[in-house]
Design a protein around this ligand. Structure first.
Ligand code: TYM
Length: 322
């Protein structure tokens, strides 16, 4: 099964990134899996060159600390495989302004940036290029990427229809629980790197004290009953999903064991700390050898380019490029 997914080096990962995406990647890793640090996508953010460089290496360390093994799967940096930017242009010439301006992520982000740049609009086309270059069958992502995946499928189908069978049409996959981890302070909004307040988002490598504090202060409700019920009890349901995702149970099974919010929260904090502490240690060890991380990325880029080059040439030829 050919698997591809990507993640932006836009700062420390939070629990939503880990449970919604990275853990699925670890489960799906094989010699047929490609995982990409999408630094070109991060250029759509306000980010300094030094921060981008640093966050890119840090993210490699985070992915490996989470269990991705470069001996098993391919881990690489998007900008080191030039076919991504090249196919992006070809696909921009089959995508329409209408379909891109309807993307929810674009509408939200463009409202927050005055004089937003064109890259914010065409962002999902580059994402389609990432995925289609690897003849991808499955794309493990969190729930917020569903619309981008649909666009990728539409672009692939449109291209195949107009220029002949060129791309495999992929599907997105989401985990059964924690596909959309919510903000701990505003549980009707997703946990987000850029929007969530410091108390609303749990970073993977927060200190145990911060993890405890954030979970203790998580917004719940006043009826005091531990029950899994998203519409009526989003705060508690979010905690139950996070718990279930870490313990391997269903949210209802977790709910059945608790009668008080306080106990649920303190057990959840202990479980999050216990799960993430070894990852943090490994991350720090890996980051102490940045040259080794760069070597991993270079080897990954070589393996990725061998596949991507073939697909790019096929697409370019189909469109009539010499
Ligand atoms: P990014 O970097 O914003 O997020 C990386 C992954 O984390 C998931 N995620 C969440 N899952 C559950 N709950 C949350 N609160 C939460 N927040 C984020 C995202 O769904 C994602 O899977 N456009 C992509 C990056 C990308 C990509 C690709 C993904 C570029 N090219 C090709 C897949 C395939 C993005 O911004 O992810």
């Amino acid at each position: 099964m050919r698997v591809f997914s990507g993640i932006q080096p836009s700062g420390p990962l939070h629990l939503g990134n880990y449970l919604g995406a990275v853990r699925q990647w670890v489960d799906a890793q094989s010699s047929d899996a490609f995982y990409c640090v999408v630094d070109l996508h991060a250029l759509t953010l306000e980010i300094s060159p030094d921060a981008l460089r640093e966050q890119t290496i840090d993210l490699l360390a985070t992915l490996m600390a989470s269990g991705l093994d470069p001996e098993i799967c391919t881990i690489f940096i998007q900008s080191q495989v030039s076919y991504h930017a090249q196919l992006n242009w070809l696909l921009e010439c089959v995508s329409t302004y209408g379909e891109l301006s309807r993307m929810v992520a674009f509408k939200e982000k463009s409202q927050r940036q005055e004089g937003y740049r064109v890259g914010l609009l065409t962002y999902p086309v580059l994402m389609a290029a990432d995925i289609l270059l690897y003849e991808t069958e499955e794309v493990p992502v969190g729930d917020d990427q569903r619309q981008h995946l649909e666009l990728t499928r539409d672009v692939a189908e449109k291209f195949n229809h107009r220029f002949g069978e060129t791309f495999r049409v992929p599907v997105g996959t989401q985990p059964k629980v924690a596909a959309r981890v919510m903000d701990l302070q505003e549980p009707t909004r997703k946990m987000s790197k850029s929007i969530s307040s410091p108390l609303g988002k749990l970073n993977m490598f927060d200190s145990p004290r911060d993890i405890e504090k954030k979970i203790t202060k998580a917004v719940t409700d006043t009826d005091g009953e531990v029950r899994f019920d998203w519409p009526k009890k989003p705060g508690v349901s979010n905690l139950l999903e996070i718990f279930a995702s870490l313990s391997g149970e269903t949210p209802a099974q977790v709910a059945a064991r608790y009668t008080r919010y306080g106990e649920l929260k303190s057990d959840l904090a202990a479980l999050v700390i216990e799960t993430l502490a070894p990852l943090k240690r490994r991350h720090d060890e890996l980051l102490a050898s940045p040259d080794e991380l760069r070597r991993v990325a270079a080897r990954g880029a070589e393996k990725a380019a061998a596949v991507a080059g073939m697909v790019y040439q096929r697409a370019a030829a189909a469109m009539g490029l010499a």
